[in-house]
Design a protein around this ligand. Structure first.
Ligand SMILES: *Cc1c(COP(=O)(O)O)cnc(C)c1O
Length: 394
């Protein structure tokens, strides 16, 4: 491939997203990798690990994205692409031995929570939910005085949708002391804003569906690790459980990745402006954005992230006869530019009252609205929010 791990390490991430995962620099090679549509490969004799073998074992279209993502996360090995973020979650959870304990944030992504709860209910492992921002409480669950030390610590920081910030360095240290593997869901930050492996995590997880692919047109997931043994186990799980990516989706994800740095730069700058303005609007009774100096996670975020991401959450105040939740629904309906839809991390700005999902934990306030800031002009985004907020009074 075009960029060695060594060369990538000397380049900035804005360059790596563009330069990584290209075909060899040889005359008449295409500058972009082709899409390979084949379910099988020619072969005779014994099949070994280096052979492509069959379309569920490997596909050349996955390789450039896996290589680029590994380089961006600062990993020693290429990433692993999956059919969805949740297929990657499933593979990561398979690392917990039977009867082991999983420590997980109460406000993890709802799909990860549902999967972990269902597996725990069936007796595969023990689930301990914690407030991930409360370092002492997490450490107590990792190594309880009278019981089972945790086999896995799951981190999400910032959390979805509450934007709680975990002290990743302190928690990975405590988890390793307890003998646990640490998986960090880095979907909200991307490797351009936060690099969990350098903060001590063993495995990084992405819903590639979000920022990495960036155009709300594919569903994909990924895992990244520098540990060869863990990668072999995860790859075996992917092959045998079959959560593989389609070649066209993999190709689209690499195409989307090329503009990641520009998209992040714009959306983060806009999120910071919108957070300041929303914080002082009378119809907004609460706001979480780690970039606000007043946010409880601000200092911690600053110590482990190079920016603050472009997701923010507001709580809409009750108004007239409307409850906060009804006012939030009215706000979302009154918008003309922001798209009312679930998901995040695309070029277009999305907004959603989270509790419209019945799976969302009731500890998420019912008037909480999550905003995923896209790359549109920030004044256009603000005007639309302002007219919809102002219309709540009428
Ligand atoms: C969306 C999301 C997932 C799940 O990914 P899918 O691609 O939808 O399967 C996992 N974690 C976080 C933080 C997410 O936002």
């Amino acid at each position: 491939m075009s960029l060695s791990q060594h060369h990538a390490a000397s380049l900035s991430a804005e360059t790596v997203v563009v330069a990584a995962g290209r075909p060899p620099r040889e005359r008449d090679e295409p500058v972009n990798p082709p899409i390979v549509l084949s379910s099988t490969y020619f072969g005779t004799g014994a099949l070994d690990d280096g052979d492509r073998g069959y379309g569920r074992y490997s596909n050349p279209t996955w390789d450039p994205f896996e290589e680029a993502l590994g380089q961006l996360e600062g990993a020693a090995l290429p990433g692993l692409l999956y059919a969805s973020g949740l297929a990657a979650v499933s593979s990561a959870l398979s690392l917990i031995p039977a009867g082991g304990a999983l420590v997980m944030p109460t406000h993890s992504y709802s799909g990860s929570l549902v999967m972990a709860s269902e597996l725990a209910e069936k007796g595969f492992f023990e689930l301990r939910l914690v407030d991930i921002a409360d370092t002492d409480a997490v450490i107590a669950q990792l190594a309880p005085a009278d019981g089972n030390p945790a086999a896995m610590l799951w981190l999400e920081s910032p959390t979805n949708p509450m934007l709680g910030i975990a002290d990743i360095r302190a928690l990975t240290q405590a988890a390793h002391d307890a003998g646990a593997v640490v998986v960090t869901d880095n979907t909200f930050s991307t490797p351009l804003v936060q690099q969990p492996l350098s903060l001590g995590s063993d495995v990084v997880l992405h819903s590639v569906t979000k920022y990495l692919a960036g155009h709300s047109d594919v569903v994909l997931g990924a895992l990244v690790t520098s540990n060869q043994e863990l990668r072999d186990t995860l790859l075996h799980h992917r092959t045998i459980h079959g959560g593989i990516a389609g070649p066209f989706e993999a190709w689209l994800a690499l195409r989307g990745l090329r503009t990641l740095a520009l998209r992040i730069e714009r959306s983060q700058a806009s999120a910071a402006v919108l957070a300041e303005r929303l914080a002082s609007h009378p119809r907004v009774e609460g706001i979480r954005y780690p970039g606000l100096a007043t946010d409880p996670g601000h200092d911690r975020a600053k110590s482990q992230m190079s920016g603050f991401g472009s997701i923010l959450c507001i709580q809409v105040a009750p108004v007239g006869g409307l409850s906060g939740a009804d006012a939030a629904d009215k706000l979302v309906r009154a918008l003309q530019l922001w798209l009312p839809a679930t998901s995040l991390g695309g070029v277009e700005s999305l907004i959603e009252r989270r509790r419209r999902h019945t799976a969302e934990p009731v500890s998420v306030p019912d008037n909480l609205v999550r905003l995923s800031v896209g790359i549109e002009n920030v004044e256009d985004l603000w005007s639309d929010l302002q007219q919809a907020l102002d219309a709540l009074d009428s």
